[in-house]
Design a protein around this ligand. Structure first.
Ligand code: PEP
Ligand code: MG
Length: 898
């Protein structure tokens, strides 16, 4: 079986469909080569080799790999007309990671492999450009030192040793930019770099090019299990056995002088989704200069450059002279790049994020990948590609990551509050959104405040975890393609980058701007859509659904076979859900209605009453309140189906547990504190979640069921009088045996007849059950003889199937993740293997008794895409989820059916 796959010169061993084996980068390099895009030639070592490496270790693997890698290098040598390690005519190589899914910056890269003192001399002779050669050499030692030999800064407040040396030399020479270093300076850097590597790591950069290549390759494999990569993988649920591929490729140089450049570009706007080619580049630089944000990158297009200048407050003359766009500076190369980006996007039929290098007037494309994008951009791009006829409706739906819609439903700044806020400084709108929080300067301190804003000169992949925790990210350096910007957009996190007027001092933990000093813990706000940095907290409001999203949701409804209902306990929630397109209510938890001040009093009276009559008296007080609640909900849903569940939680949740409250209650009820206390003690349970709750309440206190049934049906009759037809679905919780159901059903039917006789009018209604006790799932055939619908309560079902308390799992879950006992939280995504079996049994047996039995889910899983797919496959008619998950579930339901 082949371990390496070659590419270059318009041919390739691999293709874009081989991402699992070649990684995303390798597969796309092969594909680009095939379609005639100029990529530097190279070869990909497969992801399977990464797994082999972890099993066999370095020495054994190199033995196995040697012949094929030699062949690969020869392939590159032939195309490039130079030889690796030959001082007379040297070829230099790069080694880059590349997993199945792009993990920007999470793994390692080493450039300029093949350099040593001898090769440096040879390369100078060959190119006649000693500045470029020495610049490449110092970069090589810097990169090799940190990536392969593991050199690190002494503390987080410090720069790494290399930066320190660079800064000192700049000071000595009185210069600002790396590009101003002369040849002698670069030589000095090389020598100082070698020394500090030796001092800090005890090792030297090897002179043997093959030793360099092997060590760099293994370092890239190792980075798959590095801290950053593991965190990123866990965040996205990528399994550890995927491994990374390694791409070995001929170096092309953007730092060869004034006809050389390097850059990053996007075929569409990754923030807004707008169909405009955009990106950034730097003349006479290597790739890492653009993403690291050390120099201010220039815009690729003229339009982009003008937009940037406006935000950066740079006037037109300065823009044209100091920061011209590639389109203006090198029009021919720009046109060529524009042609390639169009060709590549058309080929992939999705927004691409590309890297390119211009070496002495020749353009090379180094990589392409589906671009990370915000939720807004995800929607707009899918809708636009559909309108452009590039993708089908089905594809447009499949392009949506449902959970990413969550971003679009996040609050935005209130316009009025925004206009009054004081603008501290202005940066680039790197990732849209509104964030308010307290300043922290270090990623590993992002947890210091509940809402933090991570403020950095620039971010690095090490900061990932902190960036994820922070509400927003602010950097002083770096453009729209900097690490911070790319990662933030991928996370859907608000980010303002490149706010050059900020002066950030890590040592004193201060940020200076506009003559003011801001300290750690001070509140600031970021507007990721304009790049404004604002003082203090700024009020936010709920966002509205965009037209594009509404359109996509409508399309998805045509494909979806499973309906999406909502869990809503108030008319307000019900209305919000209806605006998001809910097709009914799948669960109204009536207990939430009892917590208001007046109601809890009546509720407590009911609980404390010693006789059925006492209880009935209290329930009579509650009846009109409940009836009004239901009327509100029915009205909000305008005839759509509404499932109302009878009282579920253990009664002890309603009684006061503190002495002062107990005294208050005793006073109000004119009974002794002792009586109250006794009742509270009486209700105490060892396992309340397995205790006196659910239909066990209704079966011990039938008056409660009677009151609730009356409230529901009277409310329905009242609406009928107003011309709104409602067909309530009354749901009995926590049924485990059919007799529990039958007794409740009797009470409801008797109550209904009484109410209908009193009112001389009738409504249709159904009585169904939750399936949330394992026994109910197992005896579904029997229960279905009586129940008119099933709704799986997967919260309790998961709790009882695993025996994990749903309220306490957080205590041991992190350890379970760490030890690999659980891969995910079973309360978030359905455990298809275990809980899923019971669901399948329940559905199958229920429908054996009653074909066409209506079945849904109302546990939290009903809004989680992988669980929604499972529910569809299991044959459910609907899922029900919280209002803000409704759009997510509509897309996920369509995706399941496609
Ligand atoms: C369930 O158990 O899944 C459910 C929906 O009910 P609750 O969360 O109210 O217990
Ligand atoms: Mg439940």
């Amino acid at each position: 079986k082949a371990r390496i796959f070659r590419f270059g010169n318009r041919t390739a061993d691999g293709s874009k469909d081989m991402k699992n084996l070649l990684g995303g980068k390798g597969a796309n390099l092969a594909e680009m080569s095939r379609i005639g895009i100029p990529v530097p030639p190279g070869f990909t070592i497969t992801t399977e080799v990464c797994t082999e490496y972890n099993r066999l270790g370095k020495e054994k693997l190199i033995d196995i790999l040697r012949p094929e890698v030699r062949e690969g290098v020869e392939h590159v040598e032939k195309i490039m007309g130079s030889r690796y390690g030959d001082p007379g005519n040297p070829l230099l190589l790069s080694v880059r990671s590349g997993a199945r899914k792009s993990m920007p910056g999470m793994m390692d890269t080493v450039l300029n492999l093949g350099l040593n003192d001898e090769v440096v001399a040879g390369l100078i002779k060959k190119t006649g450009n000693d500045r470029f050669v020495w610049d490449s050499y110092r970069r090589f030692i810097q990169m090799y030192g940190s990536v392969v030999l593991g050199m690190k800064p002494d503390s987080k407040e410090e720069n790494d040793g290399f930066e320190e040396i660079i800064e000192k030399l700049k000071e000595k020479r009185n210069i600002q930019l790396d590009t101003e270093f002369g040849v002698e300076d670069l030589k000095e850097l090389v020598s100082d770099f070698k020394e500090i590597v030796k001092k800090k790591t005890g090792k030297s950069v090897p002179a043997d090019p093959w030793e360099q290549l092997w060590d760099a390759t293994m370092a890239v494999f190792d980075s798959w299990n590095g801290k950053r990569a593991v965190y990123y993988r866990n965040m996205h649920g990528y399994p550890s056995d995927w491994g990374t591929a390694v791409n070995v490729q001929a170096m092309v140089f953007g730092n060869m002088g004034d006809s050389s450049a390097t850059g990053v570009c996007f075929t569409r706007d990754a923030g807004s989704g707008e169909n405009v080619f955009n990106g950034e580049y730097l003349m006479n630089a290597q790739g890492e200069d653009v993403v690291a944000g050390v120099r201010t990158p220039q815009q690729i297009t003229k339009l982009g450059s003008q937009r940037w200048a406006e935000l950066a407050r740079v006037d037109e003359k300065e823009r044209r002279e100091v920061y011209p766009s590639l389109e203006e500076l090198l029009p021919d190369l720009y046109r060529e790049l524009d042609e390639y980006q169009q060709k590549i996007e058309d080929h992939y039929r999705d927004m691409q994020d590309m890297e390119f290098t211009i070496q002495e007037g020749r353009l090379w494309i180094l990589q392409t990948r589906d671009g990370k994008r915000t939720g807004t951009a995800m929607i707009k791009i899918a809708v636009d590609l559909l309108k452009e006829g590039k993708i089908s409706e089905k594809e447009a739906i499949l392009r949506i990551e449902p959970m990413k819609l969550d971003e679009l439903l996040h609050p935005v700044f209130d316009k009025a509050a925004l206009s009054k806020a004081h603008v501290i400084a202005q940066g680039l709108p790197a990732s849209p959104g509104a964030a308010t929080g307290q300043i922290v300067f270090f990623a590993d301190e992002a947890h210091k405040f509940k809402n933090s804003i991570l403020v950095r000169i620039e971010t690095s992949p090490e900061d990932l975890e902190g960036m994820n925790l922070a509400r927003g990210i602010l950097t002083a350096r770096g453009g729209m393609t900097s690490h911070a910007a790319v990662v933030a957009r991928g996370m859907g996190k608000c980010c303002v980058s490149g706010a050059g007027s900020l002066n950030i001092d890590y040592k004193s933990r201060e940020m200076r701007a506009g003559g003011k000093v801001y300290h750690e813990g001070d509140w600031i706000s970021l507007n990721g859509s304009t790049g404004n940095i604002l003082e203090g907290k700024v009020a936010t409001v709920e966002p509205e659904l965009s037209e594009d999203l509404a359109e996509l949701l409508e399309i998805s409804d045509q494909f979806a076979k499973m309906k999406v209902r909502t869990n809503a306990d108030t008319p307000k929630d019900a209305e919000a859900a209806r605006n998001f397109g809910a097709s009914g209510i799948g669960l109204t938890r009536t207990e939430h209605m009892f917590f208001g001040h007046e109601r809890i009093k009546a509720m407590r009276e009911m609980i404390l009453a010693d006789s059925p009559n006492g209880r009935k008296r209290a329930l009579r007080e509650l009846l009109p309140m409940q009836r009004a609640d239901f009327e509100g909900i029915f009205e909000a849903m305008q005839g759509l189906p509404v499932t109302i569940r009878l009282l579920d939680p253990p009664l002890h949740e309603f009684v006061p547990h503190e002495l002062t409250q107990q005294k208050e209650l005793a006073n109000e009820m004119h009974i002794s504190v002792k009586q109250v206390k006794n009742k509270v003690d009486e209700l105490r349970e060892f396992n309340p979640m397995l205790g006196h709750r659910g239909c066990r309440l209704g079966n011990t206190y039938p008056e409660i069921t009677e009151m609730q049934a009356r409230a529901i049906l009277e409310a329905a009759l009242n609406l009928k009088e107003k011309g709104i037809e409602v067909k309530p679905e009354i749901m009995i919780p926590l049924v485990g045996t059919v007799s529990e159901f039958i007794l409740q059903e009797q009470i409801i039917r008797e109550t209904a007849e009484t109410v209908f006789t009193e009112r001389e009018s009738r409504v249709e209604f159904q009585i169904g059950t939750m399936i949330e006790v394992p026994r109910a799932a197992l005896t579904a055939a029997e229960i279905a003889k009586h129940a008119e619908f099933f709704s799986f309560g997967t919260n309790d079902l998961t709790q009882m199937v695993y025996g994990f308390s749903r309220d306490d799992i957080g205590k041991f879950l992190p350890v379970y993740y760490e030890k690999g006992i659980l891969a995910g939280d079973p309360f978030e995504a359905i455990d298809q293997e275990g809980v899923g079996q019971l669901i399948r049994i329940g559905i199958e047996n229920g429908r054996k008794t009653k074909p066409g039995l209506k079945i849904g889910i109302c546990g939290e899983h009903g809004g989680e895409p992988s669980s929604i797919e499972f529910c569809y496959k299991a044959g459910m008619d609907y899922v029900s989820c919280s209002p803000f998950r409704v759009p997510i579930a509509r897309i996920a339901s369509a995706q399941a059916a496609i």
